[in-house]
Design a protein. Structure first.
Length: 410
C-alpha cells in the first residue's frame, strides 16, 4: 500500500470513529453526546428561529418543528484548525416529499387560475355577443324632417353584468406558493458548551443559560440573550436584548433598538437608527447613535455617550474619580444624581439651548454670549468625579433627587 492510500485509509477510519452517535426518539428529538472541548455549530435551512437553552446535562438535545409538524435535525462533525465541530442544522424532514408536495400544490394552483381565466374569457365573449345582437335589433329611424319632437326622458339604466369571482386559493396552498415552511430549531446544550459563530439572515435567535462567549451575525434578525457570558452581536436590522451577561457586551446594529440589563462587565453599543438603554452595568459604558434616545441607569464604570439627533439621559450615582461624558448635537442632555453624592466637577455647556442645575456648585467659570453659547464649570463636594454635559442646541440639565427615589437594579 502506498503512502497516499495509507493516509486515505487512516482518514476514513478516523472519520468513522469520530462520527457522532445520534439517537432519535419517536417524537423526532435528537440526542448526541458531546466531547469536552468540541465546538457546536447551529444552523437553519430556513428563516425560522433558533432557540438555545443551557442545562446541566452532558448531552445535546435538539428538535426541529414547523407548521407541518416535526422536521429533521441533521447532525455531522467537521474538523477545523481550532478542533472538531459538532454541527446541527434544521432541515426539511423529507426534501423529496416536500418538493413533490410543493409541485402538486403549484399544479393545483395553476389549474384554479386557468379555470378563472377561462371563466373571465367566456364572460367577455358573452358580452360581445350581446352587444352584436342589440345592434341588429335597432329600429329603422325615419328621416330627420319627419321625426316627432324628442320627449325629455331619461334612459332606463341597464344593470351591469355580475363579474365572475376569481376562486380563492386555500390558505395552506397560498402560503406554500409564496414561501416554504419555516423550521424552528430548539436546542439544549451543556452550559459550558462553546458555540461557533451563529450566522443567520432573517432567523431570530434566543440563547439562555450558556456561560461561554457568544458571537452572532444577523441581517434582519431579533436577538435575545439571557444569562450568558461575553457577547458580540452584529446585525443590519432588528432589536437586540441582553440580560445578565457576565462578560463584555459588544453590540452593533444599523437599525434596531439595543437594551442591556445587569451586565457584569463593560458595554459597547452602537445603533445608527434605534434607541439604546443600558441599565445596571458594572463596567464602563460606551454608546452612540444617530436617531433614538439613549437611556443610562446605574452605571458602575466610566461613561461615554454620543447622540446626533436624540436625547441622552443618565440616572445614578457617580463614583469617585469617574469620568462621565454625555453629548448630543440636537437633543437634550440630562443627568440625575442622588442628593448625597460625595462630589464632582461639572462642565455644562450648550450653544443654542439652556442650562439648568439643581446642585449648589462652586462656580469656577461661567460665560454667556447673549442668547447663545452658555457654559458653566463648577465643583460640588470633593470634586473628584468629572462630569461633562454638552448639547449644541438642546437643554443641558443636572438634577438631584433623594437617594430612595433612584430606581433599583432588581
Amino acid at each position: 500500500m502506498n503512502t497516499t492510500a495509507r493516509q486515505n485509509a487512516v482518514a476514513q477510519t478516523t472519520a468513522a470513529t469520530d462520527a457522532p452517535v445520534v439517537e432519535r426518539d419517536s417524537s423526532g428529538r435528537v440526542r448526541v453526546r458531546i466531547e469536552r472541548g468540541n465546538k457546536v455549530f447551529l444552523g437553519n435551512r430556513t428563516t425560522g428561529r433558533i432557540t438555545v437553552t443551557g442545562w446541566d446535562g452532558d448531552t445535546i438535545e435538539a428538535i426541529a418543528v414547523s407548521e407541518r409538524g416535526t422536521e429533521m435535525v441533521r447532525v455531522w462533525t467537521d474538523s477545523t484548525s481550532s478542533g472538531t465541530v459538532l454541527a446541527l442544522k434544521a432541515d426539511y424532514a423529507d426534501s423529496d416529499s416536500l418538493q413533490s408536495d410543493m409541485l402538486e400544490m403549484r399544479r393545483e394552483g395553476a389549474e384554479i387560475r386557468r379555470e378563472a381565466m377561462e371563466a373571465r374569457r367566456a364572460e367577455r365573449q358573452e358580452r360581445r355577443e350581446e352587444r352584436e345582437m342589440r345592434s341588429f335589433e335597432l329600429p329603422q329611424m325615419p328621416p330627420a324632417s319627419n321625426m316627432p319632437p324628442t320627449p325629455n326622458t331619461t334612459p332606463t339604466p341597464q344593470p351591469s353584468p355580475t363579474p365572475v369571482p376569481t376562486p380563492a386559493l386555500p390558505a395552506q396552498m397560498s402560503m406554500a406558493l409564496s414561501r416554504p415552511f419555516e423550521i424552528h430549531l430548539e436546542v439544549k446544550l451543556p452550559r459550558n458548551t462553546e458555540i461557533d459563530v451563529i450566522k443567520v439572515v432573517r432567523s431570530d435567535v434566543e440563547v439562555t443559560g450558556i456561560t461561554t462567549p457568544l458571537t452572532i451575525s444577523g441581517d434582519r434578525s431579533s436577538i435575545v440573550l439571557k444569562q450568558v457570558g461575553a457577547v458580540e452581536v452584529r446585525t443590519r436590522s432588528g432589536n437586540v436584548q441582553v440580560e445578565q451577561a457576565s462578560g463584555l457586551v459588544d453590540v452593533v446594529t444599523t437599525s434596531g433598538s439595543i437594551r442591556v440589563k445587569n451586565a457584569g462587565a463593560d458595554v459597547r453599543a452602537l445603533s445608527i437608527n434605534g434607541a439604546i438603554e443600558i441599565r445596571c452595568a458594572r463596567g464602563r459604558v460606551d454608546v452612540a447613535n444617530t436617531d433614538g434616545p439613549i437611556e443610562l441607569v446605574r452605571v458602575g464604570g466610566d461613561v461615554d455617550a454620543n447622540a446626533a439627533n436624540s436625547s441622552v439621559h443618565f440616572t445614578g450615582a457617580v463614583r469617585q474619580d469617574g469620568r462621565y461624558y454625555l453629548k448630543s448635537m440636537s437633543g437634550s442632555v440630562e443627568m440625575t444624581l442622588p442628593a448625597n453624592n460625595q462630589g464632582f466637577t461639572a462642565a455644562l455647556s450648550t450653544y443654542r439651548g439652556t442650562i439648568e442645575n439643581d446642585f449648589p456648585l462652586k462656580i469656577k467659570q461661567s460665560s454667556e454670549s447673549g442668547a447663545l453659547n452658555h457654559r458653566t464649570v463648577g465643583r460640588f463636594g470633593d470634586g473628584r468625579a468629572q462630569i461633562t454635559l454638552d448639547s449644541f442646541e438642546g437643554l443641558v440639565k443636572l438634577s438631584r433627587v433623594a437617594p430612595n427615589a433612584m430606581s433599583s437594579c432588581n
